[in-house]
Structures are given as C-alpha cells and as structure tokens.
Design a protein around this ligand. Structure first.
Ligand code: MIC
Ligand code: SF4
Length: 649
C-alpha cells in the first residue's frame, strides 16, 4: 500500500540525489536557485572562488546588497563592488543596493513554486510562501551549491499546521506565526518542516504566507511551506511571470509527524515580548495591568515590508500625526514596493503623518541605525528581538504586525488596532505590480567573463583555513554559556561590527562580546579551547562568522545540550567538532577554565556515536554524543568543508 506524500516530501524527493527519504537520516538534494546577501556574501564568494568553479551551475543565483548599506567608511562599498564584480564574472544576477531586501525581492522576481532555493540568510524560507523548499544555510554551503554541489540536510519530520477560519479584521499574518511560536517555541521546529494546510490557507495572500514562512526561521525549523494554488498564480501573474506557476499540494492522505490546529478567526493581535520571538502574549494580556508606553516604532524588514503591509500602514496613518513621544521609521521592502507607494500616494500619507522613511534595506532590523533610547520600548514588525540586536543593550523590543505598529505609533501605547480603528476596508493586492528590473544586473556572457576584473578592497581578507583533525583534543574551556545562545551573541552584528564581515581577524575581536568582552583575548591566549553551551546553541542568523571567528580564535570543539541546525552545519564546515552531552547533568559539572581531554577523537567518531571525554581539572569522565553522517565525519577529519571538497577533487 502506498501512502500519500506531504508537499515537502514531493519536492524533496524530486530533488533527491543522495540518501533515502527516511526521517532523521541525511539526504542530499539538488539546488535550483541560490541567494546571498552582502553581510554573508563576501565570505560565500571568497569560498566560491577558492573552489575554482568558473560559472555557477544553478538555474538562477542572485547576489543581493541589502544589509550593509550604511557605508560609514570604505568597507561596505568595497564589499558591494567585490560582490558585484564576482557576480558578473561567474554567472550570478546582482541586485544593486536600493533594490530591496533579498527575501522580498526574491519572492517578487525570482521565486518559483516547486523549486529548491538555499540562501546565506536564515530567512530564506520566505520563499516557502510561494511553494518553494527554501532553506537558510551557511555561506560555504551556498558556495558549494552554486558550484553544482549537493546540499545536505537531515530528512525532516513534517508538521502540519491546519488553518481553519479567517483572520478577524486588523488581525494579521504576523499574529499567525506568533501563535505558532507560542505553541512550538524557538526550538520546537528543529529538524522539521512546517507545512501549512487547510481551508484557511485560501484566505491568505502570498505576501501574508511569506510573513508566516519567513518567521518559521524563529522556530528553528528547516523551512516552512504553503501549497501553490490559484492565489499563487494570481501573485505571479501580477508580477508578470505567470509562466513560473505550477500547482502544488500535498496528497489528501499525506502522513504528518505532528498536527497543530489553528483557527484563524480566534487569533488576536499579539506581540513577542523581550527578548525572544517565542515570548508571545496578546496585546490584551500585555496591557492587562497597565498600557505599555512605547518610545519607538519601526516598520519594515523581510517579515513585513510588502506592498500589502505598507498599504495598511498608510491607511492607518492617513491624516494623523505620530504621537510626539514616539519615533516612527518605515522601510518599504523593495524598490518595487517603494515605487508603487510613491505612485499611488500612500508614501505621501506616511510622510505627512511624520514617519521617517528609510531606504529599502534591512536597516534597523540588523542594528543599522534607529537604535532605541536607553531602556526604550520599541515596537518592530521584524522577526528577532534578541537582546542587544537593536544596538541598545537594554532596549525592550516587541515584535508586532504592521497594523499594531502603525496604530501604536499614533497613540504612543501598545494598542490593539481593532479597539482604535473602525471597520477594516478590503486590502487587495494589485492586479499588476509595477515591474522594472533595472537594478538587477545580469551576469556577463560566458565569452566575456575572463575580461571581468574582480574588485578587492583592503577590507577583504582571506578566510581562516582549518587544519585536519588532531589526534587528541586537549584544551581548556574558554567560555561557558547558557541555553538559547544566538549567533547574535556569538558574533554580534550592528553598524559598528557588520563592516568587518570580510575581515575575520578584525571581526573576531567582537566574538561573544555580548556575553563576555574578555573572551577574545582569553581564547587567543589559550591558543586552543572548547566552548560549553546549553540547549539550542547557535539559533538565529545563518552567519558562518559565528563559526569562522571561533575557528580563528582556536576553538576546537563546542559541547552543548543541543544545537540549532544551521550553526551546527557551519561548525562542521569550519572543522570545529560539535558534540552534545549524553547526560545533560554533566553541563553543570563543567566550569569555565576546566581542562578537557578527548583522546583519539577521530577514532572515537569513526567507531560510534558516544565520544568519551575527561574533565582533567575536576577528575571525572563524561560521555558526549556525536550523531554524524559519514560525510560529516569525513569533513571533520579533513578540517572542514573546503579541505574536504579539495580532497574529493
Ligand atoms: C539576521 O536576520 O540575523 C541576518 C542578519 O539577516 C542573518 C544573516 C547575517 O548575519 O548576515 C540571518 O538571518 O541569517
Ligand atoms: Fe535583513 Fe532583518 Fe530580514 Fe535578516 S531578518 S534579512 S537583517 S530584514
């Protein structure tokens, strides 16, 4: 008897090149499209160059400039020019600064139902809104995929989120994903794909679906996906690319590993409270004792900057003035969105109300400006509210829908739009988006590629090279951290640090600075060391700098209660051994400064999944686990993905 397939299984099996579709085992898939952004892109293209491949082998690869657009010094523009020239040479489309946030633009102009996409950005799953298997990855994995290499993931479990009903007026797609986060938590999605099904799907437009799949990254999920249906077709038609449409749905008898029911009609405007995206409460709950006074509102980011979002915001702001105690900034997600807002008058309504209009880029979402005041309460339509990410260490960041953000900017308090606004008009997508791809530079034709000069500024330094695995690891613990450490803790971003993304020796000075400013000097002094972490270590951003900086600082192994998916892959790619405690109680028995010994590590890894270690300082042995595939083992022996790829020829 055959069983029905989930949509995830259908797309993955159509792209399967290695392994079997057995949940939990490693599979290799063919990648149709890739994307990079500038903050991770420089490294990805340096790695691509190191592989010695002339032209990308994918159907479509796009390099976006959207993160480091502040340019307070030569560094960012050096990177932009480097990426633009590498793209031109090697067959990659180049989306120039000003054209918009990678995920928004990719959805508008390139995403295709049924295709696979990997991107060097954790919010690549935005493409799931249009029925793609779109996965966030480290830059090195994206470089390999551009070169035609296989991308490896653990064959995921598939969770069905069964949507029924219809959102009430002024309740938004953001409230749907906040509810999923409330149910599943920031680690609930690890090893899983979240598939949205049910009657409620039909009530959600593509940009709304994309908001939901975008923030699936905060669940730790491999990706999230919606079916591709008539609504998808309409969106693609309005983008002038109906030919890219394919209808896709799971089989009626598809078997899921978990089912979550969400009645859209029952949802209420909500917010993720400081400092985690899963710390979700309804606006009503937050305001129960006292209305939350706010200082700042930021609208934009790859989660909520579509034309639909912006039209709602303009409607709410029309004819009003932003409360004198609040600063409001708005960054439309793409040139297309900004241009259409300008043409239809919505932009003027925003400006008139007192909004500060920012360029179409990540901006405040990655701490590039608009940091709130000390202890300030900032409502943001973004996807991450990790401590310090806004650029203000004690900033209190709440993640909300554009509707809640806009209304609250007017009242000065966290406000439920349904209480403040009257009936909601029908907001509809245009029948035709204004399409002008003049800020997307196509690559040079193959015959001209040799004449394209790659422009390298002084900020661009070679990436650190790792060594083959040593026989034993004898190293002290340079740092011990708690649960849910994000890659923003490991390798912070923001206006000051982001320009150093192409310069690992420099950026590593800030490694773990959020947790312990002395880490950099201590790790360098120790020469080699081990990091001890709690559960869900490395969640959040895909930045491989969170592995490359520790590599540069001599970190040989990281032992935790559990890892987030992308970061674990990045550690292995960098040749750093990720191990988990066999007995979590051992976490408490190890202190910073303890000497750890792991003998014959390669032999132990080869012989099974339990790796014995000794705490030499405290005098006890403990077991760690290493559930590596043969490919991962070989990468670790070789000292990372690049060495391994070279070995493979
Ligand atoms: C983020 O939202 O954290 C980023 C900045 O987009 C990162 C990528 C990066 O660190 O450059 C991500 O999500 O992967
Ligand atoms: Fe940019 Fe923020 Fe989206 Fe990351 S989450 S891609 S920083 S807008």
């Amino acid at each position: 008897m055959t069983v029905g397939l989930t949509l995830t299984e259908k797309i993955l099996s159509a792209h399967l090149v290695e392994g079997e579709m057995i949940r939990g085992s490693e599979i290799g898939i063919r990648i149709d499209q890739t994307l990079t952004q500038d903050a991770t892109g420089t490294m990805a293209y340096l790695e691509f160059e190191a592989m010695g491949v002339d032209r990308v082998k994918t159907e479509r690869s796009v390099a976006y400039i959207d993160h480091n657009t502040l340019q307070n010094g030569f560094m960012n523009m050096d990177d932009h020019r480097f990426i633009g020239s590498v793209a031109k040479k090697h067959g990659i489309y180049f989306s120039r600064p000003g054209n918009g946030i990678c995920h928004q633009v990719h959805l508008e102009r390139f995403g295709k139902p049924g295709k696979t996409l990997i991107g060097s950005d954790s919010h690549t799953p935005t493409g799931g809104g249009i029925g793609m298997i779109a996965i966030g990855a480290g830059g090195m994995d994206v470089a390999v995929a551009m070169g035609g290499g296989t991308y490896y993931i653990t064959c995921p479990k598939v969770v069905k989120v069964n949507l029924t009903g219809k959102l009430s007026p002024w309740v938004a797609a953001k409230d749907v994903i906040l509810q999923v986060l409330r149910i599943m938590s920031v680690k609930g999605g690890v090893g899983k794909v979240i598939e949205y099904c049910g009657e409620g799907v039909k009530t959600l437009s593509v940009p709304e679906r994309a908001t939901i799949t975008n923030m699936g990254a905060e669940l730790g999920a491999t990706t999230s996906i919606f079916p591709s249906d008539e609504i998808t077709r309409e969106f693609l038609r309005a983008q002038g690319r109906e030919e890219d449409f394919t209808e896709l749905a799971p089989d009626a008898d598809a078997v899921y590993d978990e089912v979550i029911d969400i009645d859209l009609s029952a949802l209420k405007p909500s917010a993720a409270c400081p400092h985690m995206p899963d710390n979700v409460k309804t606006v009503e709950e937050i305001n129960a004792d006292k209305k939350l006074k706010i200082d700042q509102v930021c609208i934009g980011s790859c989660t909520n900057s579509s034309l639909l979002d912006m039209m709602k915001v303009a409607y709410i702001l029309e004819g009003k003035t932003v409360d004198p105690s609040v600063q409001l900034s708005i960054a439309p997600g793409s040139k297309q969105v900004l241009n259409m807002l300008a043409a239809n008058g919505a932009l003027s309504k925003m400006i008139d109300a007192g909004a500060r209009i920012l360029e179409s880029a990540c901006g405040p979402c990655i701490g590039m400006g608009q940091s709130p005041n000390s202890g300030g309460v900032s409502l943001r339509t973004f996807n991450r509210n990790f401590e310090g990410r806004s650029g203000t260490k004690d900033g209190q960041i709440y993640l909300v829908s554009p509707e809640v953000a806009a209304v609250s900017a007017l009242t000065g308090y966290l406000t439920d739009p349904s209480e403040y606004l009257g009936d909601m008009p029908e907001f509809e997508l245009p029948e035709k988006f204004t399409v002008n791809d003049n800020m997307i530079v196509p690559p040079a034709p193959v015959e001209e590629m040799d004449s394209v000069e790659v422009l390298r500024g002084p900020n661009i330094k070679p990436f650190p090279v790792s060594e083959p695995m040593a026989k034993d690891i004898d190293a002290g613990v340079s740092l011990k951290v708690e649960d849910n450490i994000t890659t923003d803790h490991i390798m912070p971003a923001g206006a000051k640090i982001l320009p150093l993304r192409s310069n690992i020796p420099e950026i590593s000075k800030y490694c773990f600075a959020v947790c312990d400013e002395s880490f950099h000097d201590r790790a360098l002094e120790m020469g080699k060391s081990i990091i001890i972490g709690g559960a869900n270590y490395g969640q959040g951003s895909s930045r491989e700098h969170a592995a490359l900086a520790p590599l540069y600082l001599g970190v040989k192994a990281v032992i935790t209660k559990s890892f987030a998916r992308i970061h674990m892959a990045n550690l292995i790619n960098a040749g750093i051994v990720p191990l988990t405690f066999a007995d979590e109680a051992d976490y408490d028995r190890i202190c910073q400064g303890d000497e750890i010994r792991i003998e014959n590590i390669a032999e132990q890894i080869a012989n099974g999944n339990i790796i014995k270690a000794t705490n030499v300082t405290k005098g006890f042995d403990f077991d760690t686990k290493a559930d590596f595939s043969q490919r991962q083992k070989d990468m670790l022996y070789a000292g990372g993905l690049l060495n391994y790829t070279k070995q493979q020829g």
